[in-house]
Design a protein around this ligand. Structure first.
Ligand code: ZN
Length: 156
């Protein structure tokens, strides 16, 4: 499977997940794939109930060269969860607003994914994502060395 949909800055890839035994769609920032230093590029996708992570290995042509399943994930939730949608976006503090907009587009991402789209540094996005998480807009899961932030399903 390869690219099935694309926007100016994202591409959606379809692949089969052995965890839930079905085809899933994964949206990745194009800059992560097109500006990579080496291939394949790995991209983690959190989904399902119970939650699990499918790591995709994607080449320059958006073809999937392999997948790896991780079902030992712990989702961290803020004490109070706030919805995030286009209407709410205006209430998000201005310095985080671009980060929140990218999250609305991707639904889930790590700091590198967001930075690839906003053009800000990965450190800055990591800080903004952490602050938006503490404000209650996201859930997060640790995948390898990074946090994968996501918008709770019920709030999409
Ligand atoms: Zn799955």
């Amino acid at each position: 499977m390869s690219k099935v949909e694309e926007t100016t800055d994202t591409a959606t890839i379809q692949t089969f997940c052995h965890g839930c035994q079905q085809d899933i769609k994964v949206t990745v920032p194009k800059a992560i794939v097109e500006n990579a230093d080496s291939y394949p590029v790995s991209h983690a996708h959190l989904h399902g109930d119970p939650a699990h992570v499918l790591i995709l290995y994607v080449d320059r042509q958006y073809l999937i060269r392999g997948t790896e399943l991780s079902d030992t994930v712990t989702v961290e939730r803020p004490s109070e969860n706030l919805p995030l949608n286009a209407m709410v976006l205006l209430r998000v503090p201005r310095r985080y607003r671009e980060t929140a907009m990218v999250m609305l587009k991707l639904k889930q991402a790590n700091a590198a994914d967001v930075a690839a789209i906003t053009g800000k540094s990965q450190n800055a996005e990591s800080k903004y994502l952490g602050q938006l998480f503490r404000l209650g807009y996201f859930e997060r899961t640790r995948i390898n060395r990074f946090y994968q932030y996501s918008i709770p399903k019920s709030n999409c």
